[in-house]
Each structure stands twice: as C-alpha cells, then as structure tokens.
Design a protein around this ligand. Structure first.
Ligand code: SAH
Length: 213
C-alpha cells in the first residue's frame, strides 16, 4: 500500500467516525502527518493512533485532531490560540483553516523542532512561544478560538478569559488518565456554555515554569 493509499484510508475512516466537515478533511489531507512523526514510527504515520514524540509527549490520534478541529469551528478570519505545540501537527492543520495560529509549548526542544517542520511545509501564519500555556497569551488576547491539546486539571478559567464574546474553546478536562473533551462557548453576557463531547486521553497540562530542555 502506498502512502497516498494509507492517507486516503485514514481520511475515509475519519469521515465514518463523524469528522464530516469538508474544510477539516481538506486541511488534514493537505498536511503530511509523516513530517511530524518520529522516524521510528514512520510506518505508522497514517494509522489512526497517537504516537510517542520526544520529551515523553505524544502526537495526537488523527481522529481526535479531526474531531477537535471540527468542534472548534474555525473560520478563515480567525486568530486561534493552541496550547501544547508538541509535534506541530495540530498546529499545521489549524494553520490551513485560520488567519493566524498562536501556539505555546513548554518544552523548548519540541518547539524548535516543530518550528522547523512548519517552516519546511512553508507554513507562515503560525506564531509560537516557549512558555506556560496554562496562562494563555495575554498580550495577543482576545482570541476567536482556543484549543488546548493537553489535559487541564479543572475548568481552564485563565484561558476562557482570553476568548472573545462568541468565542469557542475546546479542551480535555480532568485529573485522571481519561478526561472529558469539553467545548466552551463564550456568551455575550460574559458567561460560558459548556458541552461535553467524548472521553479522551491526553498528557497533562503541566503548571509552572516552562522547560529549558
Ligand atoms: N498538539 C500536539 C499534541 C501535543 S501533546 C500535536 O499535535 O502533536 C501535549 C503537549 O502539551 C506536549 O508537547 C506538552 O509538552 C505540552 N504542554 C503540557 N503542559 C503545557 C503547558 N503548561 N504549557 C504549554 N505546553 C504544555
């Protein structure tokens, strides 16, 4: 089976699992996941599974990337904040749908590697930052959309405050190994509507100073 066949099979499987937004599927088709996968796992780049990356972190499962991206409902004029750059894959997918993507990662080495990959793909609408993403990016707030790709221990209140009215935030929330994927919508009156989507497994959103590693 060629890589193109594997990719087509994956996209079909995402569709069958409910990722049906054509813009999301097109964005995912346009990004070669193999670029973001560790060399050791290249043969699994087009399988629907999470894979290890450096610093004991993971590149998310394509179905979860598709589902979260669809739930975020990104429009072409949007400024999107992503917390947890990791491999840069989710960031690359978002870059196809948004005007700008701001992405924060606490491991310097992961961030450098992801930046290199985004550059290889000539993606030029991503702005990155090495820091604690739990605090968001106050200097660039407010955002139209926020995606958290690490598990927040509780309601991500600091991040919710950085949403525009009408904005949407998608985040896994929970302290245990299985978390609930929540979608929050900022209402005009300053309150938030919360919907629970599905159970997911993410690495934790770590609080405190970013790693120089
Ligand atoms: N979006 C990534 C998934 C990465 S896994 C991808 O597509 O590959 C989650 C990432 O969140 C890890 O790289 C981890 O280091 C990072 N992370 C965890 N806590 C963080 C924090 N407080 N601030 C920024 N990044 C954080």
């Amino acid at each position: 089976m060629t890589n193109a066949d594997r990719q087509a099979r994956l996209i079909l499987s995402l569709r069958q699992q409910g990722v049906t937004d054509p813009r999301v599927l097109k964005a995912m088709e346009s990004i070669d996941r193999a670029v973001f996968v560790h060399e050791r796992f290249l043969d699994q780049a087009w399988e629907d599974q999470a894979l290890p990356i450096d610093c004991a972190q993971t590149i998310s499962q394509p179905y979860i990337v598709g589902l979260m991206t669809q739930a975020l409902d990104v429009k072409p004029r949007h400024r999107v904040l992503e917390i947890g750059t990791g491999s840069g894959y989710q960031c690359a997918v978002l870059s196809r749908l948004a005007r700008y993507v701001y992405s924060v990662e606490r491991y310097k080495s992961l961030l450098k590697e992801a930046e290199g990959k985004l550059k290889t793909l000539r993606i030029d609408n991503v702005i990155t930052r090495h820091g604690d993403g739990g605090l968001g990016w106050p200097e660039q707030a407010p955002f139209d959309r926020i995606m958290v790709t690490a598990a927040a221990p509780g309601e991500p209140t600091d991040l919710l405050r950085q949403l525009k009215p009408g904005g949407v935030l998608v985040a896994p929330v929970g302290k245990t190994s299985v978390q609930m994927l929540n979608r929050y919508t900022a209402e005009e009156d300053g309150s938030f509507r919360r919907e629970s989507l599905i159970e997911v497994r993410f690495v934790p959103l770590v609080e405190g100073a970013a790693k120089e590693q």
